[in-house]
Each structure stands twice: as structure tokens, then as C-alpha cells.
Unconditional design. Structure first.
Length: 83
């Protein structure tokens, strides 16, 4: 699981902590795609209404798999040997 979180963090896909409403997933995805968190949330809700289905499963899965912004900052800026 740590390999997946590290790979996502390297690609810039991390859950936002400062702009989170529920889990920070939409804010993190929006930041990665260059969109406002509100645009991402709106797109998520629109797809929920228009194409109901897997979004209800994808959001909790991403919440679990995506590393938190705080954890990546701590991990990348920890002094040598501090882990």
C-alpha cells in the first residue's frame, strides 16, 4: 500500500488538508488537474446524477489510497534518519 501512496504523491495526487470538505479527495484531484476544488466537486455531483454508479465506491477508495498532504510534506521534509 505504501508503494501506491508514494507513487501517487510523486505524481502530485494527494488529498488536500486545507481545502477539504469531507476527505479532501475532490480538492486533491482538482489541484492535480488544475481545476478549482469547487469545479471538481460540481463535476463529481453532476456525474453522480447523470451517470450513477461507481462514484460512490471510487470516492472512499481514493480517500483510503491517496496520501494526505500533511503526510507527504512530513515524509519529504523529514531530516535524514528521522523516519
Amino acid at each position: 500500500m505504501e508503494k501506491i501512496r508514494t507513487a501517487l504523491a510523486r505524481q502530485g495526487l494527494v488529498r488536500s488538508t486545507d481545502r477539504a470538505i469531507i476527505g479532501g479527495v475532490c480538492a486533491g484531484v482538482g489541484r492535480r488537474l488544475g481545476l478549482s476544488p469547487w469545479v471538481t466537486r460540481l463535476l463529481f455531483l453532476v456525474t453522480l446524477v447523470v451517470v450513477p454508479g461507481s462514484q460512490v465506491l471510487v470516492y472512499p477508495l481514493l480517500w483510503f489510497v491517496m496520501p494526505s498532504e500533511d503526510s507527504t510534506v512530513t515524509a519529504t521534509h523529514a531530516p535524514y534518519g528521522a523516519r
